[in-house]
Design a protein around this ligand. Structure first.
Ligand SMILES: Nc1ncnc2c1ncn2[C@@H]1O[C@H](COP(=O)(O)OP(=O)(O)OP(=O)(O)O)[C@@H](O)[C@H]1O
Length: 287
């Protein structure tokens, strides 16, 4: 499919009980980028420790290899874009990073700790936030209530503890005007904003965005880019899977290209977009 939008689905885990992680208070969420704890992994940028490192991570579904010895470091504070043809394994990679899938081989480090077998909820509590390709808010709850749930679920915070945070997020994601509207009645752009806001309400240090610009008009996309840019400027590390390339390259500092579960390119966005592999495999241009 041409790089623009995508329609394949991703299953969202629904809140169930309220698991208490033994290290649910780790790390200190007040710390900002550059004040990391734990032994740093090697990073491609000297002086910036890696918030996330993958070492030869592999995953197969039966005979289909969807992650093939994937390795990379993500320096804290960076925005990394992930592109690749449909079925390349991009959402699977997110599921491996967040713990929704277990790798067959390899190691994943987050904030200097081995989290390869750590359950998704504990990774979320440690600051991994995620938006899903298909927004699935609680439709009968208002926008505000959706954010209250996201901000308190599984955490030691009550609704009154999070009200100020939620109000700030409503402003930053431009949802204030619809705060008291049921999520089921929102436009697509508002649903995308709510998806972003719900991820932000979990207080992420690392924010994973899965095709959040898909299906938006150019004007809506521009508005969303500005919101994501502002979040990134506030210090949040981002990994963003996107087929809307102009949106992605307006924000990210590095691009990773996946094809059949393999990393076939990683580096400066302009150089990556100009590479033969991307032109031939992803853009379908004969070089
Ligand atoms: N749970 C699963 N069981 C079996 N096959 C799966 C499963 N999840 C994904 N796949 C397959 O793995 C491959 C990679 O899927 P994935 O959703 O990660 O690709 P993607 O790059 O995100 O694609 P898109 O751009 O269309 O969203 C696809 O062929 C898909 O059909």
């Amino acid at each position: 499919m041409a790089p623009s939008t995508s329609s394949s689905s991703t299953t969202r885990p629904r809140p169930t009980s309220r698991p208490r992680a033994s290290w649910s208070r780790w790390p200190d969420r007040k710390r900002r980028p550059g004040h990391d704890a734990g032994p740093p992994s090697s990073s491609e940028e000297p002086g910036r420790s890696a918030i996330l490192s993958l070492h030869d991570v592999s995953k197969s579904f039966g005979a289909l290899k969807v992650a093939d010895a994937i390795s990379f470091d993500l320096p804290e504070g960076q925005a990394l874009g992930i592109i690749g043809p449909n079925g390349a394994g991009k959402s699977t990679l997110f599921n491996l990073i967040t713990g929704n899938l277990a790798p067959d081989a390899g190691r994943i480090e987050y904030l200097g700790r081995d989290v390869t077998r750590t359950p998704p909820m504990q990774r979320c509590l440690a600051g991994m936030g995620r938006s899903f390709q298909i927004p699935q808010p609680f439709n009968r709850l208002t926008v505000f209530e959706n954010l209250l749930v996201a901000a308190t679920h599984g955490q030691d915070r009550t609704e009154s503890d999070v009200v100020d945070d939620v109000a700030r997020i409503l402003e930053r994601t431009e949802l204030i005007e619809v705060a008291n509207r049921p999520a089921g009645g929102l436009t697509l752009l508002q649903r995308k904003r709510l998806e972003l806001a719900r991820a932000m309400a979990t207080q992420p240090r690392l924010l994973l965005l899965d095709e959040i610009a898909g299906g938006l008009t150019d004007a809506e996309c521009t508005a969303l880019i500005e919101t994501i840019r502002a979040l990134h400027a506030g210090g949040v590390t981002i990994i963003w899977i996107e087929h809307v390339l102009h949106a992605l390259t307006a924000v990210v500092e590095r691009l990773l290209v996946l094809d059949f579960g393999r990393v076939i390119g990683l580096g400066d966005p302009a150089e990556i977009m100009d590479s033969r592999e991307v032109k031939e495999i992803y853009l379908g241009i004969e070089v």
